[in-house]
Design a protein around this ligand. Structure first.
Ligand SMILES: Nc1ncnc2c1ncn2[C@@H]1O[C@H](COP(=O)(O)OP(=O)(O)OP(=O)(O)O)[C@@H](O)[C@H]1O
Length: 278
């Protein structure tokens, strides 16, 4: 049966609708009039050279940075002036360039804490042994999902760098985010860890939107469907990831190819050169 005109189901608001975001530090405009729109399940990359404004833009979305101009909506709610904790409660999860785990606490307790922070009844969640066990079981499931099964009793500080990044990811996922912000998750990881990261991120619930800052172009190509390239705070190009990565302007500002290389001569830098730490 066709719906009568005017009764179509409402189109859901995008998970993230950021418009005209600008952030200045003194005379430097770190993010300059950038807009982003992510629907549920979007996998979007933010790429660009060092200092392009990518982390600042993630901070604006997460609320750790305040915009000088622009507006941010999460699932249709204006959060432009809301604090990070409020945005987190509204469904933003974030993993950072530097892992945020508490080194002295066990791996398990780090995830339990992340779960507890987002528990609807925080004090009740802690009160009874059966509830604490439930939290611990849920935390173990998150650790299994990121490939850290068996590490739960270790202090987080005993993990390798790659494992700590995966622990960070488990903590971010414990909040069951609707928008996951990932800041260079592959930085400093071994090829084996990157393989695991790709598996974990590839298995995220399909309705979670992901905004990924990453210098590793293979990870970007494998994980994301769309991308925005920033340079000097401004959007250079945006669109399907495969097209964006082939765009001549992107190759110039991001991969560092010279005009002669664009004419077909081999460059001195390959894709690995875009790794910040590479
Ligand atoms: N708190 C701050 N105070 C002053 N300048 C800042 C601050 N944070 C960032 N910047 C500057 O803003 C610009 C953008 O930085 P940002 O870290 O967002 O870039 P990025 O694209 O994430 O770089 P990278 O790939 O190196 O992490 C840089 O010139 C940086 O030095």
């Amino acid at each position: 049966m066709t719906e009568p005109p005017g009764t179509e189901p409402p189109v859901p608001a995008p998970v993230l609708n950021a418009t005209g975001l600008t952030r200045r530090y003194g005379s430097l405009t770190a993010v300059d009039d950038v807009s982003l729109r992510l629907t549920a399940g979007a996998r979007h990359a933010l790429i660009g050279p060092n200092g392009a404004g990518k982390t600042t833009l993630l901070g604006l979305v997460a609320g750790t940075e305040r915009p000088d101009r622009g507006r941010i909506e999460l699932n249709g709610t204006d959060v432009t002036r809301k604090r990070p904790a409020r945005r987190s409660a509204l469904g933003i999860g974030r993993s950072f360039q530097q892992p945020h785990a508490v080194d002295g606490a066990t791996v398990l307790d780090n995830v339990v804490l992340a779960l507890w922070r987002h528990h609807p009844q925080r004090s009740a969640a802690w009160r009874r042994p059966v509830r604490r066990r439930r939290l611990a079981d849920a935390a173990r499931a998150h650790l299994d999902a990121v490939g850290l099964a068996g590490t739960d009793r270790l202090p987080a500080g005993a993990l390798s760098h790659g494992q700590r990044r995966l622990l960070d990811l488990a903590c971010a996922l414990a909040a069951q985010p609707r928008l996951l912000l990932l800041d260079e998750p592959a930085a400093g990881l071994t090829d084996e860890d990157i393989g695991r990261l790709l598996d974990v991120l590839g298995a995220l619930p399909p309705d979670v939107a992901v905004l990924l800052v990453e210098h590793h172009t293979e990870v970007v190509a494998r994980l994301t469907g769309t991308a925005t390239v920033l340079a000097s705070g401004r959007e250079v190009v945006a669109g399907p990831t495969a097209e964006v990565l082939r765009h001549p302007e992107v190759r110039r500002v991001y991969l560092g190819t010279s005009p002669s290389e664009e004419d077909g001569e081999p460059g001195t830098r390959d894709d690995d050169a875009v790794r910040k730490d590479g």
